[in-house]
Design a protein around this ligand. Structure first.
Ligand code: TNX
Length: 502
C-alpha cells in the first residue's frame, strides 16, 4: 500500500496532517500545494441518494466554520464540498470504500455506496477541528480507503446492567466515528432479560423489573418499539445491530419468569451475582424448543440486519450431549427465520450450518472445533479476551473491570493481529473483529466510555487498516489528538498513561 508521511509543513494551528486519522486509511497521498481553505460562501452538493450524509457534513461544517453552508443538489463551479455516488465502480470494491480528494478549489468525496460516503465523512470529520475557532484549512491530497474486514464490532451487555436507549444512541454516535459498523447487544443472561418478546410477557415484566441488574440494580428492558428505534438510529450511522439471546446456558432470568423452562418445572430464584455456568435450558423437553423457536422468530422479525447471535457460551451445567442435541436443533431455526447465526466459539463443537459464524474469545488455543469450522469454510469473528475484552482492567489501578483474562492496556489492545491468533484461522477465514464489553462492574454510560475509549480505537484500526501499515508508536501519536476532541464531545475516556494526550 502506498503511504507517504509529511515530515514537516507550515500550517495554520488548526490544520491537521492528511494521515492523522483513526483508523489509518489504506492509502494517503498528501499534497501540500492542494490545501483547501474553507471560504465563507462554501456549500455542500450531493445527489439525492447521498442527501443524508451531505446534511451531516453541512452540520459539521457549520459548527466549525460558523458559515451558512447550504446543502444543494447541483455541484458548484468551484470552492465546495462535492459528494458523489459512483455506482459504476468495480463490483469487487467494498461498499464502505471511498476516495477523498482535497484540492485548493474544493473537496470531492466519492464512493460506490452511501456506506462509503459515510466512512469518508468520518475521515473528513477528523481532518476538521472539533470546535469552532478561526479559519479552517483542510490538508491537501488524496485518500483511497477501504476496510480490511467487513465486520468491525463492539458489544454492550444490557443483561448485567441496562443502558437506556438514549445512552445507546450516544454510544452509537461515538463508535461510528471510528468506522465500527456492528453493535452486538447482549440482551439476556442469568440476571435479566432486556428485550420484550411478544407472547412471553413475563420475560421482561419479571426479569426486566426492579432489582434485576448485578447486585440488585435495575430495572430496564427495551420494548419492541424502542428496539426498532435503535435499529433505525443505527442505520443512520451505518451501524448494524446484532441481537444476542444467550442459549442454552445463561438463562436463569428466563427460568425465573417461566418455571416450565427448567427440567423439573420447579421455580428458581432470581440471581444478581456475577457467577456463570449454573443455569441451562432442558435439552430433553419439548417446551424448551417451543420457547426458543418463538423467541428466535420474534427477534428475527424485529431485526432487519443479517445476524442473530445465539450465545452458546459457558454452558457448564449442560452435558456435552445435551449441548449437541440443543444446538443441532436450534441452529437451523435461525436460518429458517432468515438469519445468519453467530455464536460464541463453544458452538463450534457441533456440526454447524454453512453460514454460521463462531466468535472466538479464548486466551489460549484449544481443540474446540474453530479451526475445523474455518477449514470447512466458516467465517470467524475474533474477540480474544486477553486483547479485545473491554471489561478487563487497563492496569492494577483501574477502578472498574475484571482481570481474569489479564490486564489489557492500550498497547496490548493494539499490538496483536487477528490473523495470527489461532492456527488454521487466517486472514481469509475472518469475518472480522469485535471488542465485547461485559457489564458486571459498570453502572453508567460514563463507566462504559471509560472502559471503551481509547481501547476500541485499537480494535477499530485492527479491523480496518492494512496490517502492514499498523505501528504502535505511530498509532499512539495519532491517538493523542482525541483527548481534546473527546473532552469537547463530553466523552468520559480513560487518560491512559500510555499516551501523551494533547
Ligand atoms: C465471560 S466470554 C463471559 C461472560 C462474562 C465475561 C466477563 C463469554 C462469552 N462469557 O458471561 O460476563 O466473561 O468478562
Amino acid at each position: 500500500m502506498e503511504r507517504q508521511f509529511m515530515v514537516s509543513r507550515v500550517s495554520a494551528p488548526t490544520m491537521r496532517q492528511l494521515g492523522d486519522v483513526i483508523p489509518l486509511p489504506a492509502a494517503v497521498r498528501p499534497d501540500s500545494t492542494a490545501d483547501f481553505r474553507i471560504p465563507s460562501g462554501v456549500s455542500v452538493s450531493a445527489a439525492p441518494a447521498a442527501a443524508a450524509v451531505a446534511d451531516e457534513l453541512g452540520v459539521l461544517l457549520r459548527r466549525v466554520t460558523g458559515f451558512a453552508v447550504p446543502v444543494k443538489e447541483e455541484e458548484p463551479e468551484n470552492g465546495g464540498f462535492r459528494l458523489r455516488l459512483d455506482e459504476s465502480v468495480d463490483e469487487a470494491k467494498s461498499p464502505e470504500s471511498y476516495r477523498l480528494d482535497i484540492a485548493a478549489d474544493g473537496v470531492t468525496l466519492s464512493a460506490p455506496a452511501a456506506a462509503g460516503l459515510f466512512a469518508g465523512l468520518q475521515t473528513l470529520r477528523q481532518l476538521l477541528p472539533e470546535t469552532a475557532g478561526g479559519e479552517v484549512t483542510i490538508p491537501g491530497g488524496r485518500i483511497d480507503d477501504e476496510p480490511r474486514f467487513a465486520y468491525r464490532g463492539t458489544m454492550l451487555d444490557l443483561a448485567r446492567h441496562f443502558y437506556e436507549p438514549a445512552d445507546i444512541r450516544t454510544f452509537i454516535d461515538t463508535i461510528a466515528q471510528f468506522k465500527i459498523n456492528h453493535l452486538h447487544l447482549h440482551l439476556t443472561d442469568d440476571q435479566g432479560w432486556r428485550l420484550e418478546i411478544d407472547g412471553w410477557p413475563r420475560l421482561t415484566e419479571v426479569s426486566g423489573g426492579e432489582g434485576t441488574g448485578i447486585d440488585g440494580q435495575g430495572p430496564g428492558f427495551l420494548t419492541a418499539a424502542e428496539y426498532a428505534d435503535l435499529i433505525a438510529y443505527g442505520e443512520t450511522r451505518f451501524v448494524t445491530i446484532v441481537p444476542e439471546i444467550d442459549l442454552p446456558g445463561h438463562v436463569n432470568a428466563a427460568q425465573v419468569a417461566y418455571p416450565e423452562l427448567t427440567c423439573d418445572g420447579e421455580p428458581v430464584q432470581p440471581r444478581t451475582d456475577a457467577e456463570v455456568g449454573y443455569s441451562s435450558l432442558c435439552a430433553g423437553k419439548e417446551e424448551t424448543y417451543a420457547f426458543v423457536e418463538d423467541v428466535i422468530r420474534v427477534v428475527a422479525g424485529l431485526t432487519p440486519g443479517p445476524f442473530l447471535h445465539i450465545g452458546g457460551d459457558e454452558a457448564l451445567s449442560t452435558t456435552a450431549e445435551d449441548y449437541r442435541t440443543f444446538m443441532t436443533r436450534v441452529l437451523p431455526m435461525v436460518g429458517r427465520y432468515g438469519k445468519r447465526a453467530i455464536g460464541w466459539h463453544e458452538m463450534a463443537a457441533v456440526e454447524l450450518p454453512p453460514t454460521a459464524v463462531p466468535q472466538y474469545w479464548r486466551i489460549e488455543p484449544a481443540d474446540d472445533g474453530v479451526a475445523r469450522a474455518a477449514a470447512a469454510g466458516h467465517q470467524v469473528i475474533m474477540s480474544p479476551a486477553d486483547r479485545s475484552y473491554l471489561d478487563m482492567k487497563y492496569d492494577e489501578s483501574s477502578p472498574l473491570g475484571l482481570d481474569w483474562a489479564g490486564l489489557v492496556g492500550v498497547e496490548r489492545s493494539y499490538d496483536w493481529d487477528p490473523a495470527d491468533r489461532l492456527p488454521g484461522v487466517g486472514e481469509e477465514s475472518l469475518l472480522g473483529v469485535e471488542a465485547p464489553l461485559w457489564s458486571e462492574t459498570l453502572r453508567s454510560r460514563a463507566d462504559v466510555e471509560f472502559m471503551v475509549f481509547p481501547r476500541l480505537l485499537a480494535i477499530a484500526e485492527i479491523g480496518w487498516t492494512p496490517r502492514a501499515d499498523r505501528s504502535w508508536p505511530e498509532f499512539r501519536r495519532r491517538l493523542a489528538e482525541f483527548g481534546p476532541r473527546w473532552t469537547a464531545q463530553g466523552v468520559n475516556f480513560h487518560r491512559s498513561g500510555e499516551v501523551d494526550w494533547k
